[in-house]
Design a protein around this ligand. Sequence first.
Ligand code: C2O
Ligand code: CU
Length: 466
Amino acid sequence: MSAISRRTLLKGSAVTAACFSLGAGLAARSRAAPSPLLLKAQFIDAKLANDAVTPKLMTYGTVDAAATGMPPVIRMRKGETFAARLLNGLDEPTTIHWHGLRIVNAMDGVPEMTQPYVYPGDSFYYAFTPPDAGTFWYHPHCNTLTQMGHGLTGVIVVEDPADPVFDAEVVINLRDWRLGKDGTFLAPFKPRDAARGGTYGTIRTANWQQEPIYDAPAGGLVRVRLAATDVTRIYTLGTEGAAAMVIALDGNPVVMPFPIDRLDFGPGQRVDLILRMPDMEGTLVRLGNFRGSSPWTIATLRATGPSLKRDLRDVKPLPANSVQEADLSVAERIPLDFTATAEHAPAPGICGTLGYTFWAINKVPWPGDTPDPVAPLSELKLGRSYVLQVRNRTPHAHPIHLHGLSFRIINSNKRTMLPPPTDTILLLPDEQAELGLVADNPGDWLLHCHIIEHQKTGMSGYFRIA
Ligand code: C2O
Ligand code: CU
């Protein structure tokens, strides 16, 4: 896939606008449901590495014919109804969770908590209105380690007509695979790693390719949207060969764009950059992972054509999403301790168990995705302000994700720069932070570590908002 030029981008959004207008109006909807985007969860065989074919990758196809590659980048419009039909072409139950979208609880995709399981051959209709523009993503919430590990992670772009238009846009779905030399899947995790930082993949990809190269106009401003959809890996993002500004984190614009140096982001998180391409045609810009001792290339951008001579200083903050601010003077405090736990075997469930318990929230381990939930972490009153006092009592980082709501990191013993509102905090070892939120979305909302082995071995819970 090459970078989308401004013209194709505009053409692309015109097409999107046209098909949305078919079903967007309420009047039209009451006469006939809007034609939903088909997302058929299915198996495919494809090459990810070493010329070896990996059989039975999992992906979503938007047509009935066999899908050809990674799950599609789904484009939605802020404030406009989006509809999709999940058709389960797998041989096990599944659902779709729309990560980071603050939508109605019934569309959140958590089996038995917000919707029934979708069994093989069955469908489920999703329809909702995304309230925020930005970069988000989607994935199943059933047998999650296997289904995500085998491919079911896709990027969502929610557009806002007020968004500035840049010279190009590159969307990058960042993830690994646990494959043997023959291309077949290895066991999804190792228990001893699940009890530590998580089990890493053996093959690293961007958009299901190893170190892809994308063309972008020389001297142009390129919007790069990265989503960390891997089940384990935490990235330290940096650029080489071009200056770049961070304009949004986890879907929400930063108040003042700032130059990227090295930026940590973990499973579930997103980074939006504006990168200024070099003036000379053919010059390469590297997006790299600088975590650990040997940095490696995520993807490369190649300057093409005569220089557009843009200036990075012209990049203005994006229009903010309207996230309510917690009233700290009246907010109730809720302590949340993230710990290791005594090991024992959890009960099996339809959505898979890893057979171990290693982690807990407030001393209660729960694997999530089960028909038999534990009690909520806390019951919140609709419309009230809360402060979650999160505390990581482990030597590992945990990307803690909250469904259905955005929160703001108010303070932390480990950071000086506080990001915009988010749905996922990469809680650092021994970090203690306060997260402010307004409980403005009713329903049962999961809170879990997005290192899926941690989630599935106990680091999961939920809030009930009513
Ligand atoms: Cu990406 Cu429970 O979520
Ligand atoms: Cu974790």
